[in-house]
Design a protein around this ligand. Structure first.
Ligand SMILES: *Cc1c(COP(=O)(O)O)cnc(C)c1O
Length: 371
């Protein structure tokens, strides 16, 4: 029978499934004392670039640094405006401010939670330099119109792929469409290290070289510029190399979990299931439903031993950190309307059909009392 405690994610189950590979990888790094800048780091960079079909991967300390480093590489400077989605993790916007740039938030698409391309153009000013779409929850943003606007208006596009490893848009992998893309390998991401880790991918050799230089104190031996210290360490690199061959299988398993939820929740009144946009593959970092009774539903799931999450509790413009922008709900009606309705259900590759059925049953029971 099902253990009534359903975790939101089970990293230990993933470790047990590949324990020998992980233990061997960690042992090798320790035996070689190759903790920093080792062959393990170079190898993972090569493997990850190959997995996406791009020429360059520059690893760094985390997915937040990745965004910051790329923007520095593109020359974002004080006063420059960067347009990004109102619905994301704060890394996407705080890094714009870190460069001295100004954050310009754009509302989201009602179905997919990703940036609404139809609302980008009206936000462009003479100071606008770029756009950062986020492939939120594992679903690609609608890239063609975004790329078209960028091309026509002379802007760059950085894809924030932190939640969308291996997702595709019209047959193209995310991370291959903008001038550069950033990934997080935070433990809970679809490809996760056992600590913090991140990476930048790009087809632009000059940009890759600059990012590498900047992230390594502006160069070893000679410091050509002042940089920062943002490194992927040998242990995390070796762990990521051990996990990468399993990523496609884990993604397929996530997809099966999502399909099972879709089926079991399809006739539950009052629950809005995730929508996958045309010509996109979703890699199901998160499975997010909407309910008018979200907080009560969440409590009821918690009482039944089901862990859930809010991703995120507020749309970015409504956090105190952005009070200075003076926004009100009418500025972002879609993202604002979603913030009190969204609920992330447990999803991870090792989730069993029994566990999914249990979660769906609790939701059914709750909704039957509340519509
Ligand atoms: C996780 C995440 C990041 C940042 O990644 P870290 O490795 O935690 O710094 C950036 N953007 C989005 C959308 C994320 O989900």
């Amino acid at each position: 029978m099902v253990n009534k405690t359903i975790p939101f994610i089970d990293l230990h189950a993933q470790y047990l499934s590949i324990r020998d590979d992980i233990d061997r990888a960690i042992r090798e790094v320790i035996e070689e004392s190759s903790f920093i800048r080792s062959r393990h780091v170079t190898l993972f960079e090569e493997q990850f670039a190959a997995a996406l079909g791009v020429d360059h991967c520059v690893s760094c300390a985390n997915g937040t640094d990745a965004i910051y480093i790329v923007m520095k590489g593109l020359g974002v400077s004080p006063g420059d405006e960067v347009i990004t989605t109102a619905h994301s993790w704060i890394s996407t916007s705080e890094t714009i401010t870190q460069t001295g740039g100004r954050v310009v938030f754009c509302d989201t698409d009602p179905d997919t939670y990703t940036i609404d391309p139809a609302k980008i153009e009206e936000l462009i000013s003479p100071r606008t330099v770029g756009i950062i779409p986020v492939h939120l929850y594992g679903q690609p943003s609608d890239m063609d119109p975004i790329l078209e606007i960028a091309r026509r208006r002379g802007l760059w596009v950085i894809e924030d792929c932190a939640q969308a490893h291996l997702a595709e848009y019209k047959g193209r992998k995310v991370g291959t469409m903008g001038v550069a893309a950033t990934f997080s390998f935070y433990p809970g991401k679809n490809l996760g290290a056992m600590g913090d880790a991140g990476g930048i991918v790009t087809k632009d050799a000059k940009l890759a070289a600059w990012c590498e230089l900047y992230a390594r104190h502006g160069g070893k031996g000679d410091h050509f510029i002042e940089g920062i210290n943002s490194r992927l360490d040998g242990l995390q690199a070796a762990i990521l190399s051990a996990k990468l061959p399993h990523l496609a299988k884990w993604t397929a398993q996530r997809r099966r979990v999502a399909e099972t939820y879709d089926r079991l929740l399809s006739d539950v009144p009052g629950i809005t299931r995730p929508v996958v946009g045309l010509n996109r593959t979703h890699v199901w970092h998160l499975y997010v439903v909407r309910s008018e009774h979200r907080d009560d539903l969440r409590r009821s799931l918690g009482d039944a031993g089901v862990a859930t999450s809010l991703n995120y509790p507020k749309a970015l413009p409504f956090y105190p950190a952005y009070a200075y922008l003076g926004h009100s709900p009418v500025d972002f009606p879609v993202a604002y309307g979603h913030q009190d309705r969204i609920l992330s259900l447990p999803i991870f590759p090792e989730m069993t059909p029994e566990m999914i059925a249990y979660v769906a049953d609790v939701i059914k029971g709750f909704q039957s009392q509340h519509v």
